[in-house]
Design a protein around this ligand. Structure first.
Ligand code: SF4
Length: 295
């Protein structure tokens, strides 16, 4: 069968889409840009314009794949499955869990001509292990180590559509990093919905810094880059333990959201502008010349 994939939104969505592509390849399918038998769209729900973008993407995929079974997945599908299910173009609606079954559901729908399937619309309680897919000709891979969020910032819908924090078991994360390194990947982007929360749900006492130290030490030939970070993570332990690793990319994206303490408080962000400044300064001291970015 021919499969076509498209993703909107963040790096986690991109990771999950690449993982589904990989799964489709492993099941013997061909990946095409148009004219597919099955098309999968991974939607986003993070901003107020997301709905419009998702709907436009559904129309575009249908136009490019007129005969395909079209599966709409991801955060917006989880948030409003009825809205998408009511669209004539959307044959299957799949949420943010049980992604590994999406390919099988598409195969079945193509084979049996069944439409209207629903999948994974309950928030998951465990981390779903998906093998990272690396697009042909690329030497950079995304590695998702965490899903969900427990912070419930005032403006953010993510905890409702992604569920509670779930962390990839450390042994699996380290194994995946080793597998990617052995396959020739030169840079791994460590990503998740809120990676600073890594480990809080695990029995083993392990946090993001511990996991990164192990990954960096085990794969000295690979550069590791970190996805967006909650500013509180950049404490003395984080900076002190990671600064000795030459294979950690000196780029840190510390999410600020607002430079006004009153607004941060109303947003239920758990840091102040003073803490943000202190941690940014600590990063600059530990990683001289590093890039600091924010939104
Ligand atoms: S920490 Fe990030 S993902 Fe979690 S609720 Fe806040 S903005 Fe949303």
């Amino acid at each position: 069968m021919k499969f076509c994939f498209a993703a909107l939104g963040c790096k986690v969505n991109l990771f999950e889409t690449q993982a589904l592509e990989q799964l489709a390849r492993e099941r013997g399918h061909e990946i095409v840009a148009a004219g597919a038998d099955a098309a999968v769209l991974n939607t986003c729900a993070v901003t107020s314009v997301s709905e419009h973008k998702n709907i436009r993407a559904v129309h575009r995929l249908r136009r490019d794949n007129p005969d395909a079974v079209l599966a709409v997945c991801g955060c917006f599908a989880q948030l409003d499955p009825e809205r998408l299910g009511a669209m004539e173009e959307a044959d299957l609606v799949c949420g943010t869990s049980d992604r590994a079954a999406v390919i099988e559901l598409c195969e079945k729908a193509v084979r049996e001509g069944q439409r209207g399937g629903r999948l994974g619309l309950e928030n998951a309680n465990t981390f779903e292990l998906l093998r990272a897919g690396v697009p042909a000709g690329r030497t950079r891979a995304l590695l998702k180590i965490q899903d969900g969020c427990d912070h419930y910032c005032t403006y953010c819908i993510i905890p409702y559509v992604r569920g509670h924090v779930r962390s990839m078991p450390p042994a699996a994360a380290l194994e995946e990093a080793r597998r990617l390194a052995a396959s020739g990947v030169r840079e791994i982007v460590v990503t998740g919905i809120e990676i600073a929360s890594y480990g809080i749900d695990l029995q083993e006492k392990i946090g993001l810094t511990d996991l990164l130290c192990r990954m960096l030490a085990e794969n000295p030939e690979v550069r590791f880059r970190l996805g967006s970070l909650e500013p509180r993570i950049a404490d003395e332990s984080f900076c002190g333990r990671l600064k000795g690793f030459p294979n950690l990319a000196p780029h840190f994206h510390l999410s600020l959201q607002s430079g006004c303490d009153a607004v941060l408080k109303r947003m239920h962000r758990r840091y102040s502008t003073i803490l943000y400044r202190e941690n940014a300064a600590r990063l600059r001291e530990a990683f001289p010349g590093c890039s600091l970015t924010t939104i």
